[in-house]
Write a new protein. Sequence first.
Length: 384
Amino acid sequence: MPHFLATSNLHNKVTSHLIEPFNVMMAFFFRRSVEKAFQLDESPSHLTLNPTKPLGSNPPFITSAVDDVMYIVNQVLQRTLATSQRTIISRVVPALSSILGTDFIGMIQRKMKDESYPKAVIQGGLPPEDKVIAFLVLINNLDVANDYIKRIVQQQLGSPQEGGNGPQTTKSPLHDLFPFGHDATFVENTLKAMERSFASKSGDLLGDGITVLFSNVLRPRIKPILAEAFRDIEYALVEDVDVDGDEEEGADLVKSRFDRGWGVVIRPIKRILTSANFDRLLTLALNYLASALDRRIRSYYGRVSELGAVRLERDIAGIVTAAVAGGKYGLRDAFTKCTQMTLIMNMEDDEWDEVADDTSGESGIPWVMDVEERKRVRAIVKGT
């Protein structure tokens, strides 16, 4: 803006009579709106962890405060940008970001900690169902709110369009609203800073929530599931045993047992969580499951015959398939060490001699174990 306009009496009056009251009003309006949204907050009805009962609401399962607050965020941003005043943007947008972090995320954090924390009433038991459901919904609030903020900011910045010379260029409506100097760039950076700040704060709380959910709801049930899956299963088999003849000794017994127990735990949670949150939770669960399988395989030291190693490899593969069913294929990477362990146990002597001292990946297998660890795994099978 030209210097004589920036220092004129008219500009001073606009600043004192319009800009400053507008900044104060927007901050007050938004903070009061967030407060009111949580006063009127309603949770989705008829949610249950019983997989045989239908859910009484439609996904995503969030409380009403998320939609209400994000609607107000969008309205305030539109009104603020419509003023075409850089000074207003520099005050209002950071104020929105601060209120979202302290009031919106802060309220969700207090609810997670004080009202819905999934803690067992009796030591060794499981948290009450209503607490678990409420906690799942609050975690969904964070994920959906983060997605809302990204879309709101992207809407204000405009979408990429094809330029005249071929490469992608961004046509932003901000250049029409803020034509002076680098004002449009300043406004764009301010909006992106708000998005990053919200994503950081919500991401931290979301990560903590997923960890609590895993530690209090899933982890206590994984060990019993594995214990039941491998119950009465022996791997010190002799050559004349028909491991496929009897139903109780069937090929898929371990997999079917695990799938049944795993499904009872994981499927009710999957129905309620957003897909992104479920992937976060499943990643934690599978890493823990992979470690538990690693320890179980090593616990069979000296109790696995050559025939038993074949069965163990089949059972581990069945558990991996059941555990990652419905998830991303990359989730299998958590079990790389387990699958390599069973691969080593089932190698012929000549195959093992070729890879025993492989340190550079010349065998074509990207080992996740060093040479000494692979030799200890090889020794699990009797007679090797």
